[in-house]
Design a protein around this ligand. Structure first.
Ligand SMILES: C[S@@+](CC[C@H](N)C(=O)[O-])C[C@H]1O[C@@H](n2cnc3c(N)ncnc32)[C@H](O)[C@@H]1O
Length: 317
């Protein structure tokens, strides 16, 4: 892939002191943008990702490799295994501190060996979709969709991953915030064919919904939370019923709220295995989101727990 060379080249230019000339770096960045989104010059802004998002990418990459190896080896019946990235992004990101390029989740998945049989990649932003298409090039096994994944997953992708058709899939649900609808998560559990990684956006929840005084929260924000959670039962998980010294219901911890959601993934969506999620932090150590994994299979849980263990004790950077 031509781009891989550009990325290596760019990262070297950042690392090598004799090439650390700002103009050269800017030229190289412009080149990469041109490759990513040829007809949308200037509109594509790469996401800058922190240390924990790099860890998330590593975790998903490791699990995808193990998953694909196991599923590809399955015989009698053999299974057709697909990769689904519902919030796929532009395909590459810049690291916040080093300002180096890293491959995003869909490009990591495309490098997994043995390969998945199909890849379904969705993003709502046209310039990100164009970037992804330009990076991947024409491939019969990859479908890139532009639009709202909440609709595309249910209407177009889910019918291609039916249990009775011996299809199985790994689905990455990685929104920035409360942009994912519970119907998608619920449906993924009912299908019994999908393993999911799910970004539980606790920072967005705390910023906009889970305030100390819930009476001040806007209705539109409560609606966003209802859509993600599936109903308004989050209120019971997030606040105690008795009032505190300030006459407000005491807010529960992030961990308690994540635990209530874990229970929902098991009891309502009906995923058989939902290990405790990994908290993902910012550079000050605050939790930005929890990375959940859910599956129907014990083996899947064991594999992911081994991977989680490797990463969860890493400190913030
Ligand atoms: C956190 S980024 C995804 C990063 C990507 N998973 C990775 O690790 O490389 C979230 C992406 O979701 C996209 N997005 C937001 N709302 C969406 C929606 N309703 N449907 C599909 N994509 C959406 C954004 O444009 C953004 O590119």
């Amino acid at each position: 892939m031509v781009l891989t060379q550009y990325v290596v080249d760019f990262n070297q230019s950042v690392q090598q002191p004799d090439l650390q000339d700002r103009r050269k770096t800017v030229d190289k960045m412009a080149n990469i943008k041109r490759i990513c989104a040829p007809s949308m010059r200037g509109q594509l802004q790469f996401d800058e990702i922190g240390y924990w998002s790099e860890i998330k990418l590593e975790i998903q990459k490791e699990y995808a490799a193990a998953y694909s190896t196991i599923l590809a080896a399955q015989k009698n019946p053999s299974l057709h295994h697909v990769y689904i990235d519902a919030f796929a992004g532009s395909g590459i990101h810049l690291t916040k501190v080093a300002q180096e390029f890293v491959l995003g989740s869909p490009l990591n998945a495309l490098r997994v060996q043995p390969p998945f049989r199909e890849y379904h990649l969705v993003d709502i932003r046209p310039e990100k979709v164009e970037s992804l298409k330009a990076l991947i090039g024409p491939r019969k096994d990859v479908i890139v969709y532009q639009g709202d994944c909440n609709k595309i997953l249910l209407d177009t992708i889910a019918p291609r991953v039916k249990y009775k058709d011996y299809r199985r899939g790994l689905c990455i649900l990685d929104p920035y915030g409360l942009d994912l609808n519970w119907t998608v998560i619920y449906n993924a559990g009912q299908m019994k064919t999908l393993d999911i990684f799910l970004n539980f956006p606790v920072a967005d929840m705390n910023r906009n919904v889970l305030w100390r005084n819930p009476a001040n929260v806007e209705d539109t924000q409560k609606e966003r939370m209802n859509s993600f959670w599936g109903d308004d039962s989050w209120h019971g998980a997030a606040y105690r019923t008795d009032l505190n010294f300030f006459n407000e219901p005491e807010k529960q911890s992030n961990e308690d709220i994540a635990e209530a959601f874990r229970k929902r993934l098991k009891e309502v969506a009906r995923f058989a295995r939902v290990p405790k999620p990994v908290p993902m932090r910012n550079s000050r150590g605050a939790i930005v989101y929890y990375l959940f994994f859910a599956s129907q299979k014990d083996t899947a849980e064991h594999i992911v727990l081994d991977i989680f263990k490797k990463y969860e004790n890493r400190g913030a950077r």
